[in-house]
Ligand binder design. Structure first.
Ligand SMILES: Nc1ncnc2c1ncn2[C@@H]1O[C@H](COP(=O)(O)OP(=O)(O)OP(=O)(O)O)[C@@H](O)[C@H]1O
Length: 526
């Protein structure tokens, strides 16, 4: 390990230089017996972009929640601009110039951008005299950092990427010099992510300091100046980005070498298992989202659906999983028609051999107030293995959950912990374990590795390929082109509710897919 990688290796300050924007020294945090942050020390230079990476549950969100005053540390110091600061609440954090953009935005949908920004800020949203001044200041900030936000728009009408920029605007308006972003690209399309990075670079160039938590090594390499790597609550490295590589960071994160590509042999597809014809799906607001889509998935193949989010692929998956009603067309599994019943019931689908890993694990995949062991049998409650004659067999559920936690390396391996208390990636593993371990004939899987760390991605991808090699049919929806390219044997591209093309995996390139995803034919792009 080189000197620059040693812990605290970036901590040297030449005499006479500015103090760092942020310095943490020996910060500890316990949740009961769980030591979530162990003597965490890191330094962030003023006017730099600093990345924080680490496996799921490594303690990244916890340490940043301490900096922002959501959590109290059990020891250690936080210095802002060279001064030890006691941050007891987000209000204290804002007062010393720290802003935070969360994964789940904290905006009022029915308010305009200006109103949202003023909400909770000095004076409040209803003080009319402040409104005019605030609008001017917001317009100035919006313009200075090219945020492209209409300050009079109603927030609920804005796409996710713009809502995120409203959060940035809000933090800047409150005087943030240090901006912390927790997995900001998890919910963005690639285009939105590019825009966000341009904004972050502009902020840095104006002297702001950015701390970004992400799982994506490509983002770390493209964007950051320095990186902190965490593992199991500890800092294992503080490095200059220019002196490291994706491979080295992956190894530091996971503690072993990680395969950054999927190792798989060519598919040997068999008979058609899932056969979808002229499927139409209308969303709950009455909009036709899937427009006569036909596709099939055979035994032993992974079919990937690529597309910019919002083009109907999520609704397609949800309809096949029985969550959204089918407005037209047919779905057959092993030749037997399963659509068109009066009640389209997810339980019937499970009986037909379909398993589903939904895109939104928190809303659909789990009940976050339930324990992990309850979540591990969700949807399979009538299985005789867990269902006693009157009540659920708690012992059997615990054993099942423990076994799944072991084979999927869920941390912490505590079946009684509420699902809400697991980190995002570990929640995802709980859902995956439940659905994959059923050994389904058809697996419908949406965004399988969203928010999941690199070691777990390797694991999940390997599991999916094993399932394929065992002759199962897998339909994958992902907005991550890397993931689609790495896993799929055939790739279908969806645009505006239609399938606009099919490419065998060997012939797919990012450029070709990107054009099709944007609705541009290859001839037109030549
Ligand atoms: N409110 C809480 N109560 C109990 N344990 C918690 C709580 N919040 C976090 N933890 C635990 O603390 C540890 C660190 O979690 P944290 O969310 O900081 O991880 P992370 O590195 O941000 O993970 P991810 O990448 O999955 O978001 C985990 O073991 C987690 O289960």
């Amino acid at each position: 390990m080189t000197d620059s990688i040693a812990q605290g290796g970036l901590d040297t300050e030449p005499a006479g230089s500015h103090p760092p924007a942020l310095r943490l020294t020996g910060v500890n945090k316990w949740f009961g017996a769980n030591h979530a942050n162990k003597d965490v020390s890191l330094t962030v230079r003023r006017g730099s972009i600093h990345g924080v990476i680490g496996e799921n549950g490594a303690g990244k969100s916890t340490i940043m929640s301490i900096v922002y005053g959501y959590l109290r540390a059990d020891g250690g110091t936080v210095e802002v601009d060279g001064r030890i600061t006691d941050i007891r609440s987000p209000r204290d954090a804002i007062a010393v110039g720290i802003g935070m953009v969360h994964q789940h935005f904290m905006l009022v949908d029915t308010f305009t951008v200006v109103e949202n920004v003023l909400l909770g800020a000095e004076g409040g949203a209803t003080l009319a005299p402040g409104l005019g001044r605030a609008r001017k200041e917001l317009e100035r900030l919006e313009h200075e950092y090219a945020l492209d936000v209409d300050v009079d728009a109603v927030v609920g009408d804005l796409p996710v990427g713009l809502q995120q920029r409203v959060e940035i605007l809000k933090a800047l308006y409150r005087g943030a010099d240090i901006l912390i972003l927790d997995e900001p690209t998890g919910v963005l399309t690639p285009q939105e992510a590019d825009h966000l990075f341009r904004i972050l670079r502009a902020l840095r160039n104006q002297g702001k300091t950015i701390v970004i938590i992400t799982h994506k090594l490509r983002e770390i390499m493209d964007l950051t100046d320095t990186v902190t790597v965490m593992r199991r609550g500890e800092v294992v490295a503080n490095v200059e980005t220019a002196s490291t590589s994706r491979e080295q960071l992956a190894e530091l994160m996971v503690g072993r070498k990680v395969l950054l590509r999927v190792d798989k042999k060519p598919a040997e597809p068999g008979a058609v298992v899932l056969d979808v014809r002229a499927l139409k799906v209308v969303d709950p607001t009455g909009v036709l989202r899937v427009k006569e889509v036909s596709l099939n998935v055979r035994e032993g193949e992974i079919v990937g659906i690529a597309g910019v989010s919002g083009n109907g692929q999520s609704e397609l998956l949800e309809a096949l999983a029985g969550i959204l009603p089918i407005a037209g067309g047919s779905v057959r599994v092993h030749g037997e028609k399963i659509s068109g019943r009066s009640i389209y019931n997810p339980r019937d689908l499970r009986r037909a051999g379909i398993a589903h890993v939904p895109e939104d694990r928190q809303k659909v995949g789990l009940v976050t107030s339930f324990s992990a062991s309850e979540c591990a049998v969700l949807g399979y409650q009538d299985d005789s293995r867990y269902n006693g004659r009157i009540l659920m067999d708690h012992g059997a559920m615990l054993n099942r959950c423990r076994a799944q936690m072991k084979s999927y390396d869920v941390r912490p391996p505590l079946p009684d912990l509420p699902a809400a208390n697991f980190s995002g990636g570990n929640q995802q593993k709980i859902v995956l374990a439940r659905e994959i371990e059923r050994n389904p004939d058809v697996l419908l899987i949406g965004q399988p590795t969203r928010g999941v760390d690199i070691g777990a991605i390797e694991f999940i991808h390997r599991r999916l390929v094993e399932l394929r090699d065992a002759g199962k049919a897998i339909l994958l929806v992902s907005v991550e082109l890397d993931e689609i390219l790495a896993l799929s044997d055939r790739i279908l591209v969806m645009f505006d509710g239609h399938l606009v093309g099919e490419i065998p995996a060997g012939q797919a390139t990012e450029r070709r897919l990107g054009l099709m995803m944007a609705g541009i034919s290859e001839e037109a792009a030549e």
